[in-house]
Design a protein around this ligand. Structure first.
Ligand code: PLP
Length: 485
């Protein structure tokens, strides 16, 4: 039986009961120790950090190791063979090999292309995938806008975009539905399926089994793993997506500005880059408009790679390896299921629910990203800007809005296609105008997400913050305008 937050008592009592309910949590004690050392800044500042899906946190030791490395030698631009360039190249290639190793990706099968972030990886695929008239781009409603945006490349080249809907309340895809879309392909065309391994909105984990099902029907698969890999093992010796997009700061906080496209060599060879640039070619001329592409990853890495930060990727991955991604997974599952239950048990004195959760209510097939809204006793959604204000008072860092995932939001908030087609949209509108035009009760949802430095105190203090919304009266009318989503 899970404890209702309201009956949780003191943090000591609540934690003792939590630990009794989740005996495997004790196996993650090393993370409590790291919280006291490598992540001491969280408690020093009194923070409750619940936006790991927005950005992961780095361990202080990662920074120290990185700075020591940079100070230990001289590192030059790797586009050369001089000694300082060679030193950089060695570090960059070491990091590249470690990325493949971390994901159990065979170097015979996969290439790791460094990008500025997951969006950069998705864009590389979108702009270079050989879409032509008659080709298909299939994607789930539940996708980040950096995947949705690929439809513009598809459209410009005459390919057809189709969305697979999610179904409320769990916000999963109907298992009977996907095969119907996958079998709808024509002849020798190029077909690309894109979906997130874990939703950045609801935490739903979409089945990795879809990869092989899609391959069997002639689809290439683009797996957006940005929200999945910080707390789940992605084993590329078991799963073989053609393209995988990742942002490293979401996994281990430092460095920002570096992501990765993991691509099967076969799939990479299909891509047709729309241009060339410094670093991506063997040779180019101006009096004859000829160029020859560089082989492998280099063809996809525009300009100078982030060579001083790339060594920190290996440092971050080694840190995760030492802690164990399985341990992080178990930890956020235990804490997340407590937080989910705390929200579900939140009621007003009159017995009406004080929160509504978007997505799975149980812990099966989901990750530690939880979307919800608080409700007034009369059932109205509490304005997310007021929630932000209360959260600030509690030093709680949450995310509010639509999280760049409009499709999940459209299903969660039951916005119909007819409503969208019948609404007046235009240049110059701010987000508030869209909220009004579509008839939304608020500017989106609230998202709490957990990660490797989360502890029981975080979820307990979240529950204390959530308790402020019980029997909530009216909210102040001085909330700021919503400008962008
Ligand atoms: C599932 C998912 N995909 C893609 C992205 C885009 O990542 P980035 O902004 O690092 O490019 C995010 C960011 O939140 C995400 O959660």
């Amino acid at each position: 039986m899970t404890i209702a937050y309201a009956d949780a008592g003191s943090i000591e009592t609540a934690e003792a009961r939590f630990r009794a309910e989740h005996p495997r949590y004790a196996d993650t004690a090393v993370l409590d120790e790291l919280r006291r050392t490598d992540f001491a800044r969280l408690d020093r500042g009194g923070h409750v950090y619940l936006d790991y899906t927005g950005g992961g946190l780095f361990a202080s030791s990662q920074l120290h190791t990185h700075m020591r490395l940079l100070e230990s030698d001289v590192f030059g631009n790797p586009h050369s063979i001089n000694p300082t360039a060679a030193a950089s190249t060695e570090l960059v290639e070491h990091a590249r090999a470690y990325v493949l190793d971390f994901f159990d990706a065979s170097p015979d099968e996969y290439v790791a292309v460094f990008t500025p972030n997951a969006t950069g990886a998705l864009r590389l695929v979108g702009e270079a995938y050989p879409f032509h008239a008659g080709d298909r781009f299939l994607l789930t409603f539940d996708n980040h806008n950096s995947v949705n945006g690929i439809r513009e490349f598809a459209r410009a080249r005459g390919a057809q975009t189709t969305y697979v809907p999610s179904v409320a309340p769990d916000l999963r895809v109907d298992p009977g539905l996907l095969p119907r879309y996958l079998t709808d392909t024509r002849g020798e065309h190029h077909n690309l399926l894109a979906y997130p391994a874990q939703s950045n909105f609801s935490g739903v984990q979409h089945p990795l089994e879809w990869i092989e099902q899609a391959h069997a029907h002639g689809w290439d698969v683009l797996l957006d793993a940005a929200a999945f890999v910080p707390t789940n093992r992605l084993d590329l010796s078991v799963w073989h997506p053609d393209f995988v997009a990742i942002s490293f700061y979401k996994m281990f906080g430092w460095p920002t500005g570096v992501g990765c496209l993991l691509a099967r060599r076969e799939a990479l060879a299909k891509l047709e880059r729309p241009w060339f640039s410094g670093g991506t070619i063997v040779a180019a001329f101006v009096q004859r408009q000829y160029y020859q592409s560089a082989p492998g990853a280099a063809h996809f890495e525009d300009g100078t790679v982030n060579y001083l930060n790339l060594p920190a990727v290996e440092i971050g991955l080694r840190f995760l390896d030492r802690v164990g991604i399985g341990r992080i997974h178990d930890r956020v599952a235990a804490l997340g299921s407590w937080l989910l239950a705390a929200l579900a048990s939140l009621h007003h004195t009159d017995g009406s629910p004080a929160a509504t959760i978007y997505g799975p209510q149980s812990w099966q097939g989901r990750g530690a990203t939880i979307a919800f809204n608080f409700l007034h006793p009369d059932g109205r959604v509490v304005d997310e800007r007021y929630v932000d204000r209360v959260a600030r008072r509690h030093n709680v860092s949450l995310r509010t809005g639509c999280f760049c995932n409009p499709g999940a939001g459209e299903v969660a908030f039951t916005i119909s296609r007819e409503t969208l087609l019948g609404s007046e949209f235009g240049e110059g509108m701010i987000l508030d105008d869209y909220v009004r035009e579509i008839g939304l009760p608020s500017g989106g949802a609230i998202r709490a997400s957990l990660g490797l430095a989360s502890n029981f105190s975080d979820v307990y203090r979240f529950a204390r913050f959530a308790a402020e919304f019980r029997d909530l009266g009216s909210v102040p009318d001085d909330l700021p305008p919503r400008i962008v989503c």
